[in-house]
Design a binder for this molecule. Structure first.
Ligand SMILES: NC(=O)CC[C@H](N)C(=O)O
Length: 192
């Protein structure tokens, strides 16, 4: 299988590569539109800020490529947030593939922001390799709106999507590459 990890020059690419290799897939890390368009699977990783990431997307001429993919694609963390219409982070217009906005998490004494750590998910869709009650790893300060695309969620001050799906795009707010056995199950289900 040809799997492309989109290289926006930031982030958690090393740990994603490693997690995929453990599952027997050697990904290519690339920003070349043709390689991305022709891959069997595409991963849009994300650690960083929305404004910078969208600037990189446009600078590399990847907006059209990424929005017209038809093969299964997965956005991780910021990569998932970019699928929505708008992010409060840097007041950024995103891809608009999924209806809704990305809004800052609100801190409370028992709920620090950034939200960093393991949270228990509530799964609405059985075919993700995940189960209600699984703990997965989050590291973020912003979160997407819950909507029809939401397949799994957590509660952190408000309900926030942990997994979304719209057509060929899957998004994970958590980091599957850092979520142990549950994360591997999720990645494996994306690969098959
Ligand atoms: N881990 C991250 O880089 C988080 C991505 C995004 N900036 C957020 O805070 O939600």
């Amino acid at each position: 299988m040809k799997l492309a990890i989109v290289d926006l020059a930031y982030g958690n690419i090393g740990s994603i590569q490693f997690a995929l290799q453990r599952l027997g897939v050697v990904p290519m890390v690339t920003a070349e539109p043709d390689k991305i368009a022709l891959a069997d699977r595409v991963i849009l990783p994300g650690v960083g800020a929305a404004g910078f990431a969208m600037e990189r997307v446009d600078c590399l001429g990847l907006r059209e490529t990424l929005t017209s993919l038809r093969q299964p694609a997965l956005g991780i963390c910021l990569g998932m947030q970019l699928l929505f219409e708008h992010s409060e982070e840097d007041n950024t217009t995103c891809f608009g593939l999924i209806q809704g906005r990305v809004r800052a998490l609100e801190a409370a004494p028992d709920r620090p922001v950034p939200h960093m750590g393991w949270s228990k998910i509530d799964v609405r869709s059985p075919e993700l390799g995940l189960r209600t009650g699984d703990y997965v790893y989050f590291a973020h300060s912003y979160a997407c709106d819950v909507g029809p695309a939401t397949l799994a969620s957590i509660s952190y001050g408000r309900d926030i999507p942990a997994v979304v799906r719209q057509a060929n795009w899957l998004g994970a707010q958590f980091h599957p590459e850092r979520s142990g056995e549950a994360g591997s199950r999720f990645l494996e289900s994306f690969l098959t």
